[in-house]
Design a protein around this ligand. Structure first.
Ligand SMILES: Cc1ncc(COP(=O)(O)O)c(C=O)c1O
Length: 394
């Protein structure tokens, strides 16, 4: 039996007529950039997230980049983020001229450890003229927590650190649109807890476009206005450039398709959660939780529906590579997110990190394996995956 990592064809067929109507409308209008479909999708996203502003952009990467540019983060600044994420998280910080400062992860959630974050600031930073400065005399101005695999970071702890040190919080919620997190004042959606939230609609995301697309959400009107200017090369009045931005626009065709899909997002995430529950219960039932590390649900008891949206179902094993080969031999597709921690990437060698600096991120890079998961995955396919994993461990 062939089991792909992801198969969205059933999802497309269910919506194909509606999608075609929406895209036909755009084609007939011949309005492809900054038109009514974008406005509609931005409104729907803001409403879905419970924030006043949503600004469509060209990708999740450009969401991060344009937010950093709009906030004027650059040379001499340092931005703290996780050592374990997709490259764009660290890459965008470096692209604006700032220095990425990596922090190790919580091994259970794969998200940045609030404890390690606090430890770094206490040990390596001090205050100079009201600013938080690190050992390299860079001003720490922002935190970029990444809600990896569809699970929110521990935002109560991270929020305390941010408030105590007056740091901006830019959430990389590329993998977590719709995921919820319990905060002191009640539950809140990924992307809406900090100064800006960044989403990716890369096709494989829980809400995926038919190409590249992204979104920035925020609470602050001035920032939202500047973001809209930033995505148009820093231009408000035609050919008058207030600051340097870029072409970060989300086009009408993508907006039209995403608008059709958005009302289904929670249903798809619920189906992923059901599939994850089946894997986890079955792995436990046959005792495989002693051989492999299963995903955790730290907010599972919080009463929140979207406490995890399982963008990925990630297990860990010391025998990861052998297991992966075994599954491939049985036509089961898996993926490694990510084979290197960010500080291990060649392009970040100039930062001077050494092997062993972030042991948990390094271990995750060596041992983590994403199993097939998508809303329409059949229990039969999942049972086959379970049987093949069980067969591997004998
Ligand atoms: C954590 C994270 N950040 C940023 C991005 C960048 O998003 P995009 O691929 O839409 O540029 C991704 C997408 O893969 C991601 O997973």
């Amino acid at each position: 039996m062939r089991v792909p990592l992801l198969d969205l064809s059933e999802q497309y067929h269910a919506l194909s007529e509606e999608i075609r109507l929406a895209t036909d409308e755009v084609l007939a209008s011949q309005r492809f950039i900054l038109g009514p479909k974008l406005v509609e999708f931005e409104k729907a996203t803001a409403q879905y997230c419970g924030v006043p502003y949503a600004i469509g952009v060209s990708s999740g990467t450009d969401a991060l980049l344009s937010v950093l540019m709009t906030l004027e983060i650059g040379l001499g600044d340092a931005v703290i983020t996780t050592a374990y994420s997709f490259f764009a998280t660290g890459g965008c910080i470096a692209r604006v001229g700032a220095t990425p400062v990596f922090i190790d992860i919580d091994p259970d959630t794969y998200n940045i450890s609030a404890l390690e974050l606090k430890r770094y600031i206490d040990k390596c930073c001090h205050r100079v003229e009201g600013k938080l400065v690190n050992e390299n005399r860079q001003t720490i101005c922002a935190l970029v927590p990444v809600h990896l695999f569809g699970l929110c970071c521990e935002m109560i702890g991270i929020g305390h650190v941010a408030r105590e040190h007056d740091l901006l919080v830019i959430e990389d919620a590329a993998q977590a649109m719709g995921a919820e997190c319990p905060l002191e004042n009640g539950p809140i959606k990924a992307g809406t807890m900090g100064d800006a939230g960044c989403f990716s609609f890369y096709p494989s995301k829980n809400l995926g476009a038919a190409g590249d697309a992204g979104m920035v959400v925020c609470q602050n009107e001035r920032f939202a206005n500047r973001m809209r200017i930033c995505r148009q090369h820093g231009m408000e009045a035609r050919y008058q450039h207030q600051f340097i931005g870029g072409n970060f626009r989300l086009d009408e065709l993508q907006a039209a398709i995403l608008k059709v899909k958005l009302p289904h997002l929670d249903g798809w995430s619920a189906a992923r959660r059901e599939a994850a529950k089946f894997y986890t219960n079955e792995f436990r039932r046959v005792g495989l939780d002693e051989k492999i590390k299963l995903p955790v649900e730290p907010y599972g008891e919080s009463g929140l529906t979207n406490h995890h949206i399982y963008h990925q179902y990630v297990i860990c094993s010391r025998r990861r590579d052998e297991l992966r080969r075994h599954l491939a031999d049985h036509e089961i597709e898996t993926a490694i997110y990510y084979p290197l921690a960010l500080h291990e990437q060649q392009c970040f060698a100039y930062l001077g990190y050494k092997p062993g600096d972030f042991p948990e991120a390094e271990r995750a890079a060596r041992e983590s394996l994403a199993l097939p998961i998508y809303p329409e995955i059949s229990r039969e396919a999942q049972q086959y995956v379970l049987n093949c994993v069980a067969e591997f461990f004998g």
